[in-house]
Design a binder for this molecule. Structure first.
Ligand SMILES: Nc1ncnc2c1ncn2[C@@H]1O[C@H](COP(=O)(O)OP(=O)(O)O)[C@@H](O)[C@H]1O
Ligand SMILES: [Mg+2]
Length: 227
């Protein structure tokens, strides 16, 4: 690792997807990846937790119902995952000019472990900075949705609920409010998107923003190949 690497030598772009569970992050991240690849712009999709061999092990620990995790253990596992992700995927990807899409990143730590679990936010910001060095997301897409609708979507989605998804509505209200506070403090980076909109409309909004920032001229067309 070279913490001295400055942002200028990292020629790629990092776009992140945030929001509470069930808000549609993974759906949009996949749609954007498919759309850009179909239009000849290679992008790499990764996720937290996960994204590296260690990260996938950590992800299983975090999302499984057992063994129990204390609030500090949960925080440190998420940070372990991020440190490895920076080392193996994000820093090298940006250094080689890639466009990276990441499903959850630094804001999830502040929203979930800070506003949700009650760890001190300034400490979390310091830890995030320590892991990231000069790296910053170019733009963050915050999919904003009420926990009530998000829960309904999660129940309809296939697969068992994770440890974190099982936390009650009050927890997710705090997480949602935390995300909105972050967006209020950093409106240049964090773009709030109304996640009740149809998938296709959201994809078009995100695609337009990425194209604008990357100065891609040609239209991306329909995200599912039909429009
Ligand atoms: N805009 C949308 N409108 C309605 N349902 C959606 C929308 N986006 C995603 N979904 C559905 O909601 C569920 C949760 O989406 P997902 O992308 O897995 O959320 P997240 O990754 O944020 O937890 C999935 O079943 C998905 O098909
Ligand atoms: Mg997801």
């Amino acid at each position: 690792m070279n913490p001295q690497t400055d942002q200028d030598s990292l020629s790629g772009s990092l776009f992140t997807f945030e929001g509470i569970d069930g808000s549609g992050k993974s759906t949009q991240a996949r749609r954007i990846r498919d759309l850009f690849i179909r239009n000849g712009h290679p992008v790499t999709l990764s996720r937290e937790p996960g994204g590296t061999p260690l990260g996938e092990v950590v992800r299983n620990l975090l999302l499984a119902e057992t063994p129990p995790l204390s609030p500090l253990s949960e925080l440190f596992l998420f940070l372990t995952d991020r440190a490895q992700h920076l080392e193996e995927v994000i820093r090298p990807g940006l250094a080689s000019g890639q466009t990276l899409l990441v499903d959850r990143f630094i804001d999830a730590t502040i929203a979930y472990q800070g506003y949700g679990l009650g760890h001190p936010v300034p400490l979390l910001e310091t830890l995030n900075r320590m892991i990231l060095g000069p790296i910053r997301p170019r733009r963050t897409f915050l999919l904003d949705l009420s926990p009530e609708i998000a829960f309904r979507r999660i129940r309809q989605r296939s697969g068992a609920q994770t440890r974190i998804e099982q936390r009650g509505e009050a927890f997710f209200e705090r997480v949602r409010n935390g995300y909105m506070e972050l967006a209020g403090k950093d409106p240049e980076r964090i773009m709030i998107i109304d996640a009740v909109l149809p998938e296709e409309s959201i994809t078009q909004m995100i695609a337009a923003e990425i194209q604008r920032l990357l100065k891609i001229k040609q239209p991306t067309g329909g995200s599912d190949g039909t429009a």
